[in-house]
Design a protein around this ligand. Structure first.
Ligand code: 5AD
Ligand code: SF4
Length: 436
């Protein structure tokens, strides 16, 4: 019997890349490759990259440098670069790093198996007319209780700082029936919670029965699948938060009370320069409407500090918006100029000032995150067990509000959805006791 070939995939960046890596692993599985958790000894190494900030991009080149000795020791080792850096830089990657065998963009990775067999220096960064998801092998193997499912890709918003519209292309939504089918198959394989993914997921408008479906319509159809207990979606744009989606948060028990809704800045001047097409006030009103539908919802956001032209006053407006909303968590980034985007033409804010602002903002977010966790103590919540904890007799899972929870439960099994009472809040997780 021949040994299976070993595939190592490193995933950088967003959840959509996590989903794509899984699909690439399944595609290569059809070619006899099994996943391994280290690059040493692998027959193929795939780096699924992110281009969103400069640091994320640069990681690719340092990691490729580290693969040199492996390639020298095993000239048959195939090295592939996938994802958004592959899309943005294409051939340039081969020129800069000749050890790379193939470069495949996020819209072309269904071709990975044939490219892997076709010899060295293959590049495909096309945006095909067909849906790559239809060309990928069906998802079969059993798996854990949670899964990502990409329903929409690309972005038409063109925020002035962002490369996504260039690397992932225009907005495309998958047809509703295909998504329902994939979800039902995931449930057959043991999945009980699905997170719907899209760069602009709430702009979803896939073909469905009776015309295009909205995300709310899709979520209602998914919630009817027996055994699918929990639904989440990410990432949303404030301007696409329609009434039917807000209503779904109020009346669909499967739709979890957590929403990632990036605002980026609290200054109207900066929001305008960012081409966000909403004001701080509009965001606050939107938050009110969402909370009216689902009062206990936890909100999270993305923030960029040090966008070109950001003054102390603009930054203070952002801090004010954060105080006004009270987030459950948030991601914050120092602005990073991305080649080809409109904001990259403008003079940057002084680095030390941006660093200071980032620290100040992160301290406020951390305090709000702590407060949101503390507020859970004593409350009853649902937890879906994802794995055994490090301590004997302990299970770990996510609460409805997406907090990591450690539960004392010697009889607990992975995949069980239980009710717990939160007993304590630690720095990044909650402790809880199962309710019999
Ligand atoms: N610089 C810093 N942060 C950025 N993001 C996107 N582009 C940039 C950039 N050029 C952040 C935004 C976005 C998140 C995914 O990454 O906050 O919501
Ligand atoms: Fe980038 Fe803006 Fe599109 Fe989000 S909405 S992917 S930040 S351009």
């Amino acid at each position: 019997m021949t040994e299976p070939r070993k595939l190592f995939i490193k995933t950088y960046g967003c959840q959509m890349n996590v989903y794509d890596s899984e699909r690439m692993a399944e595609a290569m599985g059809g070619e006899g490759y099994v996943l391994t958790d280290q690059a040493e000894g692998a027959d193929m190494v795939l780096l699924n990259t992110c281009h969103i900030r400069e640091k994320a991009s640069e990681k690719l080149y340092s990691d490729l440098g580290r693969l040199r000795p492996l390639k020298a020791a095993n000239p048959n080792l195939k090295i592939g670069v996938a994802g958004c850096v592959a899309q943005a830089e294409g051939d340039e990657i081969l020129r800069r790093m000749p050890l790379v065998d193939l470069v495949v963009g996020p819209q072309a990775y269904h071709r990975l198996p044939e490219m892997a067999w076709a010899g060295r220096q293959q590049v495909d960064t096309e945006f095909p007319v067909e849906d790559k998801f239809d060309l990928l092998p069906a998802r079969k193997a059993p798996r854990g209780p949670t899964a990502f499912l990409t329903v929409q890709e690309g972005c038409d918003k063109f925020c002035a700082f962002c490369v996504v519209p260039y690397t992932r292309g225009a907005e495309v939504s998958r047809p509703g029936a295909r998504i329902l089918d994939e979800a039902a198959k995931l449930v057959e394989r043991g999945v009980r919670e699905i997170t719907l993914l899209g760069q602009n997921v709430n702009a979803y408008h896939g073909a469905g029965e009776g015309g295009d479906w909205t995300l709310a319509r899709l979520i209602r159809a998914l919630a009817a699948i027996p055994g699918l207990e929990r639904l989440r979606y990410t990432t949303s744009h404030p301007n696409d938060m329609e009434d039917d989606l807000i209503a779904a948060h109020g009346d669909l028990p499967a739709l979890m009370p957590y929403l990632h809704l990036p605002v980026q800045s609290g200054s109207d001047r900066i929001l305008k320069a960012m081409n966000r097409k909403h004001t701080a006030e509009q965001y606050l009103r939107l938050v009110e409407r969402i909370r009216a539908a689902r009062p206990d919802i936890l909100l999270s956001s993305d923030f960029i500090v040090g966008f070109p032209g950001e003054t102390d006053r603009d930054f203070e407006d952002t801090m004010e918006l954060i105080r006004a909303v009270g987030f459950g968590s948030a991601f914050s980034f120092k602005y990073s100029a991305r080649p080809g985007t409109p904001a990259a033409e403008k003079p940057p804010v002084e680095e030390a000032l941006a660093d200071d602002r980032l620290q100040t903002l992160q301290a406020l977010i951390t305090a709000q995150q702590r407060a949101a966790q503390e507020a859970m103590v004593g409350r009853e919540v649902g937890v879906l067990y994802e794995k055994p904890g490090r301590l004997a007799g302990q299970m770990v899972g996510k609460s409805d509000h997406l907090h990591a929870v450690h539960v004392e439960d010697p009889q607990g099994r992975v995949g069980e959805l239980v009710r717990v009472r939160v007993s304590a809040s630690a720095s990044n997780s909650l402790a809880a006791v199962r309710i019999p």
